[in-house]
Design a protein. Structure first.
Length: 296
């Protein structure tokens, strides 16, 4: 009998280990005061909380070595990466999340943000266009403008594919060529970030210098808030484009929330050059007539 009891006791499965949870101490909303949070995330706690509210329904809790990471923490990890652009700093700030996990989370959350593009990046309708023309005229004395268009280069690592040289720009580094259109309030009304750009797509005739200055300023604000755009994005090109679009969506969201703009740093070396185009007599004649009508 004693032997049978001993045998039965030893045949029982061992108790299952308790499921580990990432504690709230890893939550920057609790860890940092308002000023430190703004410095690290380039937005207020209120803005971050609103973004979490928008994205939480789109995300599930991922597991890291059997440990779930809440959607809110995934979003904060991503916002931190977008604000500074380096993985190892997230690991220090957000305890216990390794670099490879951060990489997966960033792609997942940025993809969810991109799903909101149609809600936050919109080309103006007819009524808005009339208002924009007035606002742009007040800004730069240039009539008939409903948006400023410009391009910039976002640095990426050298792609590990056969077409890598197609991403090398005139400055001899690798980049994604981004085209943006902005409103008078420096929000994106359109953005194109293609993982491969044909040469003819780069030949755009840009807006005149004074009015164009608005979108240059917008690009500066955008890149300075999301420092990952100034550093080299270490993803494959397709994922880089997802990160870029996600930051544009967040830029518009924060502008609409009234979040103050960060200071602008010099960015002269990353603008897309204006191509030298062959003279078009009809175009030159239209330009001269336009100048005579509006600026004489």
């Amino acid at each position: 009998m004693d032997y049978l009891d001993y045998f039965n006791d030893n045949q029982r499965p061992p108790p299952r280990p308790e499921r580990r949870l990432l504690k709230d101490r890893s939550n920057p909303l609790n860890d940092f005061d308002d000023l430190h949070f703004l410095d690290r995330f380039r937005m207020s706690k209120e803005n971050a909380t609103a973004i979490i509210g928008l994205l939480q329904p789109k995300l599930s809790g991922d597991l890291v070595r059997g440990t779930p990471i809440s959607p809110s923490l995934q979003i904060l990890i991503t916002l931190r990466f977008l604000a500074c652009g380096t993985f190892h700093r997230e690991t220090g700030d957000l305890c216990g999340v390794g670099e490879s996990t951060v990489c997966k989370i960033v792609h997942k959350v940025c993809s969810a943000i991109c799903e909101l593009k149609k809600d936050f990046i919109k080309f103006p309708k007819a009524a808005e266009q009339a208002t924009y023309k007035v606002d742009f005229y007040e800004y730069g004395n240039f009539p008939g403008v409903i948006g400023c268009i410009d391009g910039c280069h976002i640095p990426i690592k050298c792609p590990s594919t056969a077409d890598a040289e197609e991403f090398r720009n005139r400055k001899n580094w690798f980049s994604i060529n981004v085209q943006g259109v902005c409103t008078p309030t420096m929000q994106f009304s359109n953005i194109v970030a293609r993982w491969k750009v044909r040469p003819e797509q780069q030949r755009y005739n840009q807006a005149h210098m004074l009015t164009r200055g608005l979108i240059e300023r917008m690009f500066g604000v955008w890149k300075n808030r999301f420092q990952c755009l100034r550093n080299t994005l270490r993803f494959e090109p397709r994922r880089c484009c997802i990160v870029i679009i996600a930051t544009a969506v967040l830029h518009n969201f924060l502008k609409q929330c009234g979040c103050p703009d960060p200071d602008i740093e010099d960015d002269d070396d990353q603008h897309v050059p204006i191509a030298e185009l062959a003279n078009d007599r009809n175009g030159l004649a239209y330009r001269d007539a336009f100048a005579l009508q509006h600026f004489s």
